[in-house]
Design a protein around this ligand. Structure first.
Ligand code: ADP
Length: 201
């Protein structure tokens, strides 16, 4: 199964990506995680991405697309994947469609996690992650940067949902509620049951 998970910062993409991917049996590929790993590893890619990330801006498409292409070429992604945080612009969505088409593949479903703005701000300001045994706030979860990331989402990424709607691939998922409820809604929208197996119909 080839799945794209869309949704604003704070919608719970990372959490759902891990659970859904494990159930379906495909790797969860998060561009945000790959960038963060490169920043902490102080790689060339991390150095290029850091300034954009700290400002809450998108990393330029050419850098991001090349990175995703490389990742999708790895053996574990051959039979399927779940993309979290990519595509985030129409240009990225078009490039993804092209790269998949070259391999004779296409996406099976695109899920948009929908959460209202107030809830997003509330979730993001309280969010912490575990680093070296300590709970810390992500640099880009500071209130001013959060506001800017939500703006970037509205302007650049929300149109990606429209792109996939036009392709007949989009399902909008209510992402408020228990984690398991949201997972069940997402799996159902991709034609799978609660265990990730395809529903026969
Ligand atoms: P969130 O969904 O909470 O905003 P992510 O972990 O997905 O966080 O992304 C963090 C940052 O990494 C983004 O603000 C952006 O700078 C960069 N990034 C991640 N994915 C992409 C992408 N597809 N295109 C451009 N930049 C990206």
């Amino acid at each position: 199964m080839r799945v794209v998970l869309l949704g604003p910062p704070g919608a719970g993409k990372g959490t759902q990506a891990q659970i859904i991917a494990a159930k379906v049996g495909v790797p969860a590929i998060s561009t945000g995680d790959i960038f963060r790993a490169n920043v902490s590893g102080q790689t060339e890619l991390g150095r290029k991405a850091k300034t954009y990330m700290d400002a809450g801006d998108l990393v330029p498409d050419e850098i991001t697309v090349a990175m995703v292409k490389d990742r999708l070429a790895e053996p574990d992604a051959k039979a399927g994947f779940l993309l979290d945080g990519f595509p985030r612009t129409i240009a990225q969505a078009e490039q993804l469609r092209e790269s998949l088409a070259e391999l004779g593949h296409r996406l099976d479903c695109v899920l948009e996690l929908v959460v209202d703005q107030e809830e997003l701000v509330r979730r993001l300001s309280g969010r912490r992650m575990l680093v070296d045994g300590q709970m810390v706030q992500r640099d880009d979860d500071k209130p001013e940067t959060v506001r800017h990331r939500l703006e970037v989402y509205r302007e650049q990424t929300a149109p990606v949902a429209g792109f996939y709607e036009g392709e007949g691939l989009l399902s909008r998922i209510d992402a408020i509620g228990e984690v398991e409820e949201v997972t069940a809604r997402a799996l159902a929208a991709c034609g799978a049951d609660d265990t990730g197996q395809p529903t026969s119909d």
